[in-house]
Write a protein that binds this ligand. Structure first.
Ligand SMILES: Nc1ncnc2c1ncn2[C@@H]1O[C@H](COP(=O)(O)OP(=O)(O)O)[C@@H](O)[C@H]1O
Ligand SMILES: [Mg+2]
Length: 363
């Protein structure tokens, strides 16, 4: 008799839309070399929101610009960036132009600098549609109205003939998002998209991003230093420190049981007395190291209370915390002495206990 063996039920494996492997970026001048990004790897699944967090200068924007192929010629890029199976590292500018705006698009912190002040917003959206999708003028205008509606701009028929200066900051950012998603890209990179906006406007922009993911299935890399934004919007988080990735985890795992002392430093401070309602990355004592060298050590060791000789004499690998999970492990950490899951001493709040409505005065 043949025994019936039931196949275990598996989650369908979704091929990533974007796959970054060992991405390194350095800027060389006559006098020095800055290693801005050092062996960063991540995958982005269709419709997923991945937050990239870390202190200013840790390489979030350079990572994103590398993926967009928008770094200046002084940048030396190593590793691999695959978008829908196509390799972007080493692609020609002509090849990149075909991909940018069509398969992958980016929005920035300050929309005013990216919009053309002398063209109506309808014309600016229409140009992208005509260039990439070959629409006629009339078709492009009709589609532009739909896109403005999609990003929540009221009275789009009228707004379409307005100029950027006639719109508020939040509305301009919505226009930038409309331009970015005009050709239905599979990946949208949003680099600090809400940082320049006030809190209520920020919430509206995050809602727009969420609805794009739901309605169009757009996968989003959300670059932010705002922990409230991470808690509200992200599925998964990649924590960067001095150009390297130190931890990657589903958002609940990161807030609930982060393993890297740097992540705990960032998140734990939210719970400290007087820290309630703080959304910005808190100060951690010590300075971010110079990016002139790539030490064979943990770069966080000089600021870390758990550091010992091991940490200063070898570079930790970016390993799965659950070894059984293997190569697809979602929770990874680069640390010689990571916290354990039950290390309650520094357990950080779950995202839904974070106060994400309060904001420090003056920000
Ligand atoms: N074009 C450039 N030339 C030289 N160094 C650069 C350039 N762009 C960024 N950097 C350096 O790379 C590092 C990472 O910068 P960035 O990615 O902008 O940080 P973040 O976005 O995390 O604040 C910084 O030290 C920055 O000074
Ligand atoms: Mg930046």
């Amino acid at each position: 008799m043949t025994e019936t063996v039931l196949e275990p039920v598996r989650e369908p494996v979704r091929a990533p839309v974007l796959s970054v492997r060992d991405l390194s970026v350095s800027f060389r001048s006559d006098t020095r070399t800055v290693h801005a990004v050092d062996s960063v790897s991540y995958d982005l699944a269709p419709g997923e929101v991945l937050a990239l967090v870390g202190e200013s200068g840790c390489g979030k924007s350079v990572t994103s610009m590398a993926v967009m192929g928008l770094l200046p010629p002084t940048a030396h890029i190593g590793g691999s960036i695959r978008l829908g199976g196509r390799e972007l590292v080493g692609a020609t500018e002509k090849e990149l132009q075909k991909v940018r705006g069509k398969d992958i698009a980016m929005i920035f912190q300050e929309p005013m600098t990216s919009l053309n002040p002398v063209l109506t917003i309808g014309r600016q959206i229409g140009e992208v549609l005509r260039r990439h999708q070959g629409l006629s003028k009339k078709e492009a205008k009709a589609r532009a109205v739909e896109l403005l509606d999609l990003v929540g701009i009221p009275a789009p028929q009228r707004r379409i003939d307005e100029y950027p200066h006639q719109l508020s900051g939040g509305m301009r950012q919505r226009v930038m998002i409309a331009i970015a998603v005009a050709c239905d890209p599979s990946v949208l990179i949003a680099d600090e998209p809400t940082t320049a906006l006030d809190v209520t406007v920020q919430a509206g922009i995050l809602e727009v991003l969420q609805s794009l993911r739901e309605r169009l299935g757009t996968a989003i890399v959300l670059v932010t230093h705002d922990l409230g934004v991470v808690a509200d919007a992200a599925d998964r988080v990649l924590v960067m420190y001095a150009g390297r990735t130190v931890e990657q985890a589903p958002v609940h795992d990161l807030f609930g049981s982060s393993r890297h002392p740097y992540s705990r430093g960032l998140l734990g401070a939210v719970l400290r007395p007087g820290g309630e309602g703080k959304r910005r990355l808190p100060e951690i004592p010590g300075l971010v190291p110079s990016l002139d060298s790539q030490p064979d050590a943990c770069t966080f060791a000089p600021r870390c209370s758990r550091a010992d000789d091991t940490c200063t004499s070898g570079r930790p690998g970016f390993k799965a915390i659950d070894l059984q999970a293997g190569v697809d492990a979602l929770h990874r950490v680069a640390c010689w002495h990571p916290y354990g899951a039950d290390d309650a001493a520094a357990t950080t709040p779950a995202p839904d206990t974070l106060d994400t409505t309060d904001q420090e005065a003056g920000e």
